[in-house]
Design a protein around this ligand. Structure first.
Ligand code: GDP
Ligand code: MG
Length: 553
């Protein structure tokens, strides 16, 4: 395949707007998978994805398509829609020159539509707007086209109306991909330059790295070097994903595929790494910004004898999910473990479920906390810590008032898209969560986009569920990191039979209602204390403190 006949693209959209279903149809049309009635979200391969009906991993597939007498090689990447997995989307885009932006013809533009559009726009990718689900009774593609024009400045006549479910007009999408997305700009004659944009660990074959070739070619027997570790490997196998691994003789510049090269340790396969040929070094590609964890929780083996097994399971799973950060940690009650950073609570749940399902590991997770900061008050302390500001990812290590001149809490800029009749309730909810309004625009006559600056801890636990229920499911929410602000923080100890239990402590804001403490206490305690018949918990805030009581069966 000459470079002019290669197209690399992602499908991006809000959750449930039909990305994975569109991917199914594209796989069928191109004969990549057989056409049957059973193809449902074929690229959602993980058990957790099938059970929850959501995509959590970006997944690529190579398609072959003949258009006007020319054979094209199309590399598609299906991506997740939920904000907790946006790191998957941004990495996928680095292997692409364009995107299909899917919008539901009934729901219209939602919060993640906006977020994903900007990811693609900022990466300067070609954008093909597709309006999906036109078969629905309430579909209003015209309204959605107007929204797209208003918010994204894309002319109405560029939108393609389809039904991914029925297959209506899906062929037009492929033709647009060929016409509007440019082929990759690189050269097979250049030295090999391959970006590792994802990897998985296979028990028998070791690391399987997904790569995008920005120059040169790669084949079995080549000696390659990792720019990150400087280690040398011999290539055992290269191939493409169709969507299962299919070995090929070579991979060429512009292609997306996989390489297996005898990397046995997960630490050797760094996402964002550049691979090049031995003795033909290249300038490494910029790689990826590391993901910024939004919530931290302690993870411990249920039984300490499982520690080493859990350690290797964690290493392998974090290879496939590089947005998780891992630090060693320990606690009196729970023994040796780790403090993990996640992009959100859904991410934390999914990660935990994958540990169980793919690695047969059950663990104890402690209450989640956001990364607070403390500005140290004395020169002595600054010297002791080696810095003026410390990050608190474990409530047990909350520094007391005397050693701190100021506490800081993380904030996010939230985007809410809602039908106008719910605005009143939503504004009240946001005020309850200490949020400050930044913007409010009508995206059409009936729908509004609100922007609020939120303290992160006010949204991680139950904000999304509350928003959904008070808007009958119609409002959507997305957020991005917005730095830190000063905050009046206190540590809430949980007393068990009169003694504080370190693992149950949480950090809260003086003004919050304690709902967070109550909730987490219950779920956490039920983990640790499930053998006890009945336990009374008392949450104690500061010295005098509000008291929270709860009986657990
Ligand atoms: P994703 O989250 O964007 O990947 O969305 P999915 O592909 O998983 O689809 C979400 C839901 O929408 C599923 O129940 C699909 O069957 C349904 N769906 C997808 N495309 C269409 C369509 O064109 N018409 C209708 N009626 N439903 C669709
Ligand atoms: Mg999906």
């Amino acid at each position: 395949y000459p470079i002019e006949s290669i197209r690399n693209f992602s499908i991006i959209a809000h959750v449930d707007h039909g990305k994975s279903t569109l991917a199914d149809r594209l796989l069928e049309i191109t004969g990549t998978i057989a056409k049957t009635d059973h193809n449902k979200q074929v690229l959602d391969k993980l058990q957790v994805e099938r059970e929850r009906g959501i995509t959590v991993k970006a997944q690529s597939a190579s398609l072959f398509y003949n258009y006007e007498g020319v054979n094209y090689l199309l590399n598609l990447i299906d991506t997740p829609g939920h904000v907790d997995f946006s790191y998957e989307v941004s990495r996928s885009l680095s292997a692409c020159q364009g995107v299909i932006l899917v919008v539901d013809a009934n729901e219209g533009i939602q919060a993640q539509t906006v977020a994903n559009f900007y990811l693609a726009f900022e990466a300067q990718l070609a954008i093909i707007p597709v309006i999906n689900k036109i078969d629905l009774k309430n579909a209003d593609p015209e309204r959605v086209e107007k929204q797209i024009e208003k918010l994204f400045d894309i002319p109405i006549d560029e939108c393609v109306r389809i039904s991914a479910k029925k297959g209506t007009n899906v062929e037009t999408v492929l033709q647009k991909v060929i016409e509007k997305i440019p082929p990759p700009q690189c050269n097979t004659a250049d030295p090999l330059k391959a970006l590792v944009f994802d990897s998985t660990f296979d028990h028998y074959r070791g690391v399987i790295a997904n790569i995008a070739l920005f120059g040169g070619e790669i084949q079995k027997g080549h000696k390659i070097v990792s720019a990150h570790t400087k280690k040398r490997y011999e290539v055992n196998e290269v191939g493409i994903l169709t969507p299962n691994e299919q070995p090929t003789h070579k991979l060429y510049a512009g292609q997306v595929g996989y390489v297996i090269a005898g990397m046995k340790e997960v630490t050797e396969a760094q996402i964002g790494d550049t691979l090049f040929l031995y003795k033909q070094p290249v300038e490494p590609l910029p790689g990826f910004k590391s993901a910024k964890p939004m919530v931290f929780a302690g993870m411990y083996p249920v039984d300490q004898t499982e520690y080493n097994n859990l350690k290797s399971a964690l290493e392998r799973l974090t290879l496939n999910d590089s947005s998780v950060t891992v630090h060693r940690d320990s606690s009196l009650a729970l023994g040796a473990g780790w403090r993990l950073g996640f992009l959100g609570l859904l991410h934390m749940e999914v990660f935990n479920q994958r540990l169980e399902q793919e690695y047969n590991m059950s663990v104890i997770l402690t209450a989640p906390t956001v990364p607070y900061k403390a500005v140290l008050s004395s020169a002595k302390l600054i010297k002791e810590y080696g810095k003026a500001e410390i990050t608190i990812i474990n409530p047990a290590q909350f520094p007391d008032k005397l050693s701190v001149s100021e506490y800081l809490e993380p904030t996010v800029l939230g985007t809410i898209v809602t039908p106008q009749e719910y605005i009143g309730k939503i504004i009240v909810l946001c005020q309850d969560r200490r949020a400050v309004q930044k913007d409010m625009v009508y995206i059409d006559e009936h729908r509004v986009m609100l922007k609020y600056l939120f303290p992160l801890n006010e949204i991680v636990v139950d904000f999304y569920d509350t928003l959904k229920s008070l808007s009958s499911g119609y409002a959507s929410f997305d957020y991005e990191d917005a730095g830190y602000q000063a905050a009046d923080l206190i540590k809430m100890d949980i007393l068990l039979n009169g003694n504080p239990v370190e693992e149950l402590a949480t950090i809260i804001h003086k003004c919050s209602n304690g709902y967070e403490g109550r909730r987490d206490t219950n779920s956490m305690a039920s983990h640790i204390l499930r053998d006890h018949a009945k336990v009374f918990l008392v949450g104690e805030v500061g010295k005098k403190g509000r008291r929270l009581k709860g009986a657990l069966e």
